[in-house]
Design a protein around this ligand. Sequence first.
Ligand SMILES: C[S@@+](CC[C@H](N)C(=O)[O-])C[C@H]1O[C@@H](n2cnc3c(N)ncnc32)[C@H](O)[C@@H]1O
Length: 310
Amino acid sequence: METGFSHIPVMLREVMEALSPRPGGVYADGTLGGGGHSEEILKRIGPDGRLYGIDRDPAALRAAGTRLSVYPGFQAIYGNFHDVKELLGDIRLDGGLLDLGVSSHQLDTPERGFSYHEEAPLDMRMDTGAGETAADWLNRTGEKEIARALYEYADERWAARIAAVIAEMRSQKPFETTGDLVRAVDRAIPKAVRMKDSGHPARRTFQAVRIAVNDELAPLTAALNDWVDLLERGGRLCVISFHSIEDRIVKRAFNTLRNPCTCPPQAPICTCHKQPVVKLLYGGAVKPSAEETQRNARARSAVLRVAEKL
Ligand SMILES: C[S@@+](CC[C@H](N)C(=O)[O-])C[C@H]1O[C@@H](n2cnc3c(N)ncnc32)[C@H](O)[C@@H]1O
């Protein structure tokens, strides 16, 4: 059994308020992680309720699955929440949760390769049993495509320069470790700029490569539509994102579901007849309390959005 598998659930109180899990209800957590949110849901739905906990990380699934197996309504499911329709079939949900990104456990386990603080194999896969590692991705992807990922997934303004250094370094020796990537960023960004950066200079590059390797953003809009599709009327979908690019996708997807009308703005009446699918709660977005961000640094960038099926 895994040990030390800890992750403090972010915005737990706000998520429980929004979902208000009811005894006997049916819920799904698409990002089970350490199971913190899931456990709170399980406590509220009681023995007659059902909670499906999905994760693509076999280690997370094993650890949380074992811990939560004491709850009779819990079922752990290995898979990608983007494939929720295949994973859950025709199950209808009273509520769903997506707490996006990586867990503290993944970040803090050096051999997973997510951390720029530790020398480790450059892996970064959430699903350690599938797909290519960050090293494979960096060794085979074209320089322009790497630059695009750094810019689009992390707003890295040194994207072109970092991609050029990566291309140059890998022509000498393929990328293997987290240290190789940190050194590439160090070489690409001038020292004066690195010194001024309040965070680690490799922070944005690691975020972008992780997003690319795990294909986190491209399928997100379609996935959100599928999750909303599975909700019962009045059911709610809570989504927590951790950076602005991810949050922008959630915001746009929810706004389109709230107002799917495709008629030109100047049209006097609606002729597309597309009806709103959801309403949005809390005027759009909720941020964690100051008390929570003090207690848990990871919560600082969190944004919660909640859509209710009409
Ligand atoms: C931020 S953590 C979730 C933490 C969890 N809410 C808790 O309270 O412990 C995100 C988890 O979701 C998983 N994950 C991220 N994207 C996923 C995806 N597309 N499909 C399935 N699992 C995913 C990661 O492997 C990680 O374990």
